[in-house]
Each structure stands twice: as structure tokens, then as C-alpha cells.
Design a binder for this molecule. Structure first.
Ligand code: NAD
Length: 328
């Protein structure tokens, strides 16, 4: 089905935003992207791309002008290493982005607004075990997220709810669980576990070192969702009538040690793990997809093996190019 209408994707220079722009354009929308930066690894498919700082009110007004719908993905964020070391920066910057983007959307008459929240909203006390009970949407309260990042997401979720009730802007709220795939940050300090492990394995393979560092004992567990499923889920939720927060992730629990073994198998190498001190986040986290299935009649289907194979190939290519560039 071909869609018409004008949409804005904020964070369009980032990992998920970049993929989402391509999909929305493919579906027939006119797409504006906005971000501090252009996508790092590929050119954008956006019809118009505005380089803006969405902490600033006037930039948010410019970004949301003349569009029917907003997909709000802009955020100052990264993996555990970044999130656990930048609480004040994250809470400050993302609060400004969220407050100004939603208010500017309202004043510009935007009809529908999708906010990208996170599994990081869930309370620490429900995630103490590696064999964690999958998290249902209502588990978010009583609230006790581990990091400022989770608090900021919870507040923005409430903001969306109240704007819908008080100002009748149609809001949608999605809680992602560890999205990964090609064209995501893979080095520099903001990368997340799957990309970091792919990079470390690729470097070890090319160096012939065959040992990599893992933060903690590696028994911490998560579920991981491939980017194509994530983009499909976002589009389905935006077109649905569902207004409450909704999980979007896989529900296959796997430890970081097992994830490393999987990547090593894909790379065709044997990898020893050196367990070193480092931020690990909660002990275990998994998505309960009951409501996702009920609401969207769908859930992520691309296997971890398939997604990791595509991601590893892309990251190994990046690592090879990086080595070549440094040697030149
Ligand atoms: P990303 O870091 O790749 O993209 C975020 C983008 O926001 C970046 O390109 C960044 O430049 C932009 N940005 C930051 N500050 C800005 C500002 N002041 N003005 C304009 N743009 C700004 O992250 P992502 O993985 O694509 O995540 C997208 C959204 O999904 C974020 O809101 C994130 O919190 C959420 N999320 C992602 C995951 C995941 O696993 N990737 C999990 C949970 C939630």
C-alpha cells in the first residue's frame, strides 16, 4: 500500500532513524530528516535533511513545520559504557529535545507523534537475575530505572500521554529492546554490545590474537532485535490505534558469553574471553511480547543468527577499511 503525506524523522542521522527514513520513503511518504549530523556510513534517502540542534526550541519549530507526522528518534545516547558515565548530560540534553520537539509539533499542528522509548525504563528490582521474567509493559511501575537515561524516557512517555489527553495530538510510544544491525555505531564509545562484540571479534580475527575483553562475567542476559524488524514494528505501531507504551523486541534470552560465541562462529574463528571489569547494566532483561502480538498481530521474526551474520559482515568490512586507512 502506498502512503502519502509528509513526515519528519528526528535522529535521521543515527542508526534506526536512517533505516526508518529509507523505509518511509519506500512506502511513499515525503520524508524530512533532522539531526545534528548526517548519517555516517551512507547517504540519506530523505527528500530533505536539516542539520539542526533539537535541544533548541527554534530548531524544533523549523523541523516540525509543514509535516503531518513526527517519528521522534533523536537522543543523546549509546551503549552501557556511555549511558552509565553521562547521566547529567543524557538527562539534560534528551529532556530538552523531548520537551521542545513535542511542543513544537503541537504548535505546528502535527497530527501524529511516535516517541521512541526504551526497555531501560523498567525497574532495576525486576532485572536482578540472569533468568529474568520477561518484562510486561505494566512492569514499568513502581518506577526505578537503573540510569538517568531510563528516567528521561519515562518522563517523555508521560509527556506524550498528557499531550494526547490534553491537546488531542495522537501519540504512540514504543519501547525498544536492544536493536542491532548494519549502519549502527560500531566504535568510538557509543557502540552497543552486539556491535562492540562484532568489532572485537573482527579485530581479533584480523590480528590473529583470538582473545577479546568482555565486561563482567558475561553471564548477563538480554534479547536482541534486528533493525529490519524494528523498522517494520515502528511503522505498524504508527498506523495502529494503540496509544499506550508497547515493547518492541525479540523475546529470546541470551547471555553475552553466548552472543560472543555466536559471533565467533559466524566469523569462523575460535575466541577466548578475557573477563574484565566494566559496566554491565542490569543482570537480565527480556521482552514480554504478549501485548505486541495482540496489538499488532505481529512480532519480530528475523533470527539472531541471521541478523548477526549480516551485522558481522558489515562490521568486519568497516574494520578492514579502518585498518587500511590507518596504514595508508
Ligand atoms: P543513534 O545514537 O544512532 O541515533 C540518535 C541520533 O540522535 C544521532 O544521530 C544523534 O546525532 C541525534 N541527536 C542527538 N542529539 C541531538 C540533538 N540535540 N539534535 C538533533 N539530533 C540529535 O541511536 P539509535 O540507536 O538510532 O536510537 C534511536 C532512538 O531509539 C533513540 O531515542 C534511542 O534512545 C532509542 N532506543 C534505541 C535502542 C537501540 O537499541 N538502538 C534501544 C532503546 C531505545
Amino acid at each position: 500500500m502506498a502512503y502519502t503525506g509528509k513526515v519528519l524523522v528526528t535522529g535521521a542521522g543515527g542508526f534506526i532513524g536512517h533505516h526508518l527514513v529509507s523505509e518511509l520513503k519506500r512506502q511513499g511518504y515525503w520524508v524530512r530528516g533532522a539531526d545534528l549530523k548526517y548519517p555516517e556510513y551512507n547517504t540519506t534517502d530523505a527528500h530533505e535533511f536539516l542539520q539542526l540542534d533539537l535541544r533548541r526550541w527554534e530548531h524544533c519549530v523549523q523541523a516540525t513545520e509543514g509535516v503531518d507526522e513526527v517519528y521522534a528518534l533523536a537522543a543523546d545516547m549509546g551503549g552501557m559504557g556511555f549511558i552509565s558515565a553521562h547521566h547529567a548530560q543524557i538527562l539534560h540534553n534528551n529532556s530538552l529535545i523531548n520537551l521542545h520537539t513535542l511542543e513544537a509539533a503541537r504548535t505546528n499542528g502535527v497530527k501524529r507523534y511516535l516517541y521512541t522509548s526504551s526497555a531501560c525504563v523498567y525497574p532495576e528490582y525486576k532485572q536482578l537475575d540472569t533468568q529474568v521474567t520477561p518484562l510486561k509493559e505494566e512492569d514499568a511501575y513502581p518506577a526505578q530505572p537503573q540510569d538517568a537515561y531510563g528516567w528521561e524516557k519515562l518522563i517523555a512517555e508521560r509527556l506524550c500521554q498528557h499531550y494526547r489527553e490534553d491537546y488531542h495530538i495522537e501519540t504512540r510510544i514504543v519501547r525498544f529492546h536492544n536493536i542491532f544491525g548494519p549502519l549502527g555505531t560500531w566504535d568510538g564509545g557509543r557502540e552497543k554490545a552486539p556491535a562492540a562484540i562484532c568489532r572485537k571479534v573482527a579485530v581479533a580475527k584480523l590480528n590473529g590474537a583470538h582473545e577479546i575483553d568482555i565486561w563482567g562475567d558475561g553471564e548477563q542476559t538480554r534479547s536482541f532485535c534486528y533493525i529490519d524488524d524494528c523498522v517494520t514494528g515502528i511503522c505498524k505501531l504508527m498506523r495502529s490505534t494503540y496509544t499506550e507504551p508497547l515493547n518492541l523486541g525479540q523475546d529470546r534470552l541470551i547471555s553475552i558469553n553466548e552472543l560472543t560465541d555466536l559471533v565467533a562462529h559466524i566469523a569462523g574463528v575460535r575466541i577466548a574471553k578475557a573477563h574484565v571489569p566494566g559496566p554491565q547494566g542490569v543482570r537480565g532483561r527480556n521482552s514480554d511480547n504478549t501485548r505486541l502480538r495482540q496489538v499488532l498481530g505481529w512480532e519480530p521474526a528475523i533470527s539472531l543468527e541471521e541478523g548477526l551474520a549480516r551485522t558481522y559482515q558489515w562490521i568486519e568490512t568497516q574494520v578492514r577499511q579502518d585498518v587500511k586507512a590507518k596504514a595508508a
